[in-house]
Ligand binder design. Structure first.
Ligand code: T1G
Length: 686
């Protein structure tokens, strides 16, 4: 890390260089304090530019330091030293000024930025609140309402919007350093703006706090930090600067040590490790500049939209003209929905739709870089598609299957140049869900696997490398969850009580609601294949529901009853009767919410441990990402594996031992017992 000072006539330029994102390590904080002292003492200097090397302005406190006691100089003191400097400091922002980086910029007398820059306070996404004056200075600078949005939402704003808010004083077109020096030269010697800490917060609109409290609580659900951040902005508006700073710092330090902050930090680092499997170090991905999707159903249309959203031209192939039209209509319906929900303007939807060519002619794919198959989950149908693609596509074109359960090795049998084949398992809706399971076959070449990971980044998705087994990582665990949910309703719980318990745990919906939404027939199809392989999947009630074609919302009834046109699940007497029949002879018991959550979540951990031991997943943290980004596991719990470690694996083993003794779960696997003895899953790492 270096902080260098250059002198351009009467303007000093302080350049921070702390790769990869100029995070505010202890050494950098000290260097900034030293720079203030040095430049205050230099009579020839009349203004100071603070600029960063590399891809971004300061991106925040160093998250690596969070697990340790804070070291001086503490960031609020650094910001105060800059604010109290005898010469005006100008923050010159490119890339992102985030968290502590924006707080440092707020200590400067001025802020200038290139138009492409962004500024934000994302601390709530890490389970904390700004801890160096962000919630206290921001309302003084841009007003309480705008400050509430920035602080409680955690989303950055672009430089132009920031200028409109008064957060940025000038936009610099062209070279930032030169522009910032010119700006500093202009303001040098002029009256310096009143330090933000000495200003008062502009008047608060009537009802702001009550309205904000309702909106933030509704969005944050069980996450603690957003409401605490709101409380800090409110305190800043109602108290003097010093006491508001003390309140903010006390809240920050409390949350910094919280379980939710530890979980969210775990996810932050997991999301940055997953896209870099060690086997791909130094491998250049095969370039993907054009794509095609075979199959215009729900998945194919979603994948086509995801590709278009990333700017790739897409050919959507179906078997005949009518099917092509249906496929294009499915893509158009996705964009109509996005416009209706104000996600994108109509013009963007039209431009993206214009980039989808529908066809029933495979010959159009002769020069396409990537083809993703999303046809019916039948191996013969898939093999036939790839046989044609082998004939027509370039030998180096990447061929991918979106299969959920079939073996990509088996699908790729007969494919020419099998090294260019892999599994890309998208989650429905494919243009929304972040998770992408990337499944190499025995033959997949490293540069092709790397192309899968590069595509994930281009699509803004979270890639997780998955080995081949039935259901890869996520759906394999889902099978266990569904079996557990049935065990619960056969031993005294009800679909409604299980779903309520899992919503209370933090899931967007419970296992029975989810089955009704997705359709019971899909899992029934998988159970039939499993039984053909000699397996014995446990689903006595689901089997009976499918036998009477109760497939869920698509068939007016599944685990719940539905009124026509109403998706609200209603407890079903018919289902209750079937459950009662299947439960006959089984011990019945009362189930508290926490016990239901244990009986659903801890068997997930057990199966995930097997997945880890079999190397189907590279890391326990990867499995957390699969559950969070593919199945809605609450991010603030860090994923099932982090949740189990935070709870204590010995305690997890004890609960599973008790449940399995009552026939309500499988016993803990050997790997889980070993991890419990070792105190964590890292003991199972290869
Ligand atoms: N601290 C330490 N390392 C960080 C970091 C941080 N804040 N942010 C990113 N990295 C590392 C990351 O682990 C990865 O490392 C590399 O940088 C590239 O990251 C007092 C307390 C800045 C928008 O929450 O949003 O300030 O794996 O892959 O896609 O109130 O990183 O390469 O070794 O994400 O170009 C607030 C978090 C902290 C910003 C760049 N700040 N970072 O995205 O690169 S709390 C944040 C980001 C705080 C104050 C409070 C993004 C990015 P490696 P990347 P990117």
């Amino acid at each position: 890390m270096t902080v260098t000072i250059a002198r351009e006539d009467t303007v000093a330029v302080v350049t921070v260089d702390n790769p990869p994102v100029n995070a505010l390590s202890q050494a950098l904080r000290q260097a900034l304090v030293d720079a203030v002292a040095e430049l205050d003492a230099d009579a020839a200097v009349r203004a100071v530019v603070l600029i960063c090397a590399g891809r971004t302005f300061i991106a925040g406190a160093d998250v690596n330091e969070f697990g340790k006691p804070p070291q001086p100089p503490h960031l609020p003191d650094v910001v105060a030293r800059i604010e109290g400097a005898r010469k005006p400091w100008v923050a010159a922002i490119h890339g992102s000024a985030l968290g502590g980086g924006l707080e440092v910029a707020l200590g400067c007398a001025y802020r200038v930025a290139v138009p492409s820059a962004s500024l934000g306070l994302p601390e709530v996404r890490l389970g904390i609140i700004p801890g160096a004056g962000g919630t206290v200075r921001l309302p003084r600078l841009i007003g309480p309402a705008a400050a509430v949005d920035l602080v409680t939402g955690g989303s950055p704003v672009g430089a132009r919007k920031a200028e409109g808010l008064g957060l940025v004083d000038a936009l610099i077109d062209g070279d930032l350093r030169a522009g910032a020096i010119a700006f500093a030269g202009d303001i040098a010697g002029k009256p310096v703006p009143q330090p933000i800490s000495e200003r008062v917060v502009p008047p608060v609109e009537a009802g702001l706090w009550e309205t904000a409290e309702k909106a933030v609580a509704a969005k944050a659900k069980r996450e603690v930090a957003p409401l605490r951040a709101l409380a800090s902005v409110r305190r800043a508006s109602e108290a003097d600067f010093a006491s508001a700073m003390a309140f903010e710092r006390e809240t920050f330090l409390e949350l910094r040590g919280s379980a939710q902050a530890a979980a969210l930090r775990h996810v932050f680092f997991a999301e940055r490790a997953a896209p870099r499997p060690p086997e791909l170090a130094g491998i250049t991905p095969r370039a993907i500049r054009s794509a095609a999707v075979i199959g215009g159903g729900t998945m194919g249309a979603g994948i086509a939209a995801a590709l278009r959203d990333a700017g790739l031209p897409v050919v959507l192939i179906e078997r005949d003209k009518d099917a092509v039209e249906r496929g294009l209509a499915n893509v158009r319906a996705i964009y109509d929905g996005s416009v209706k929900r104000n996600r994108i303007p109509q013009a963007v939807a039209d431009e993206r739709m214009a980039g989808v060519v529908g066809a029933d002619d495979y010959d159009l794919l002769a020069d396409t870089d990537l083809v993703i198959e999303a046809v019916f989950e039948d191996i013969d149908v898939k093999r036939a598609v790839f046989a044609r693609l082998s004939e027509i596509c370039r030998p180096d074109a990447v061929l991918a299957t979106n299969t959920s359960y079939l073996d990509p090795n088996a699908i790729s049998e007969g494919v020419r140049h099998p090294e260019r084949f892999l599994g890309l398992h998208f989650f429905s809706p494919a243009h929304v869900m972040k998770l992408l399971e990337i499944v190499p076959t025995d033959a997949t070449a490293p540069e092709v696997l790397a192309a899968g990971f590069a595509l994930a980044r281009q699509l803004g998705k979270i890639p997780v490398r998955a080995g081949i087994c039935d259901g890869f990582i996520g759906n394999r665990i889902l099978k266990v969850t569904r079996a557990q949910a049935e065990r619960l309703v056969l031993s005294g719980a009800t679909p409604a009580s299980v779903d309520a318990a899992m919503r209370a745990f933090g899931l967007p919906m419970g296992p029975f609601e989810a089955q009704d939404l997705g359709g019971l027939d899909i899992a029934a199809f998988q159970r039939k294949a499993a039984r053909a392989r000699g397996e014995t999947p446990f689903a006595p009630v689901a089997d009976r529901l499918c036998a009477i074609e109760r497939f869920g919302q698509k068939s007016a009834g599944g685990w719940y009853d539905y009124q026509p046109g109403d998706r609200t699940p209603k407890p079903s007497d018919a289902v209750a009767a079937i459950i009662a029949e299947e439960a006959a002879g089984r011990p019945q018991r009362r189930w508290e919410e926490a016990e239901i959550a244990d009986a659903i979540v801890l068997p997930m951990v057990n199966e995930a441990t097997r997945i880890l031991e079999e190397r189907v997943a590279l890391r326990a943290a990867d499995i957390d990402l699969v559950k969070i980004h593919g199945y809605g596991f609450p991010r603030w719990r860090g994923g099932p594996m982090h949740y189990a470690e935070a709870r204590g694996l010995a305690a997890v083993v004890a609960v599973l031992d008790r449940l399995s003794a009552d026939g309500l779960a499988e016993p803990p696997c050997e790997g889980l017992r070993r991890a419990a003895e070792a105190g964590g899953f890292s003991a199972l790492a290869g």
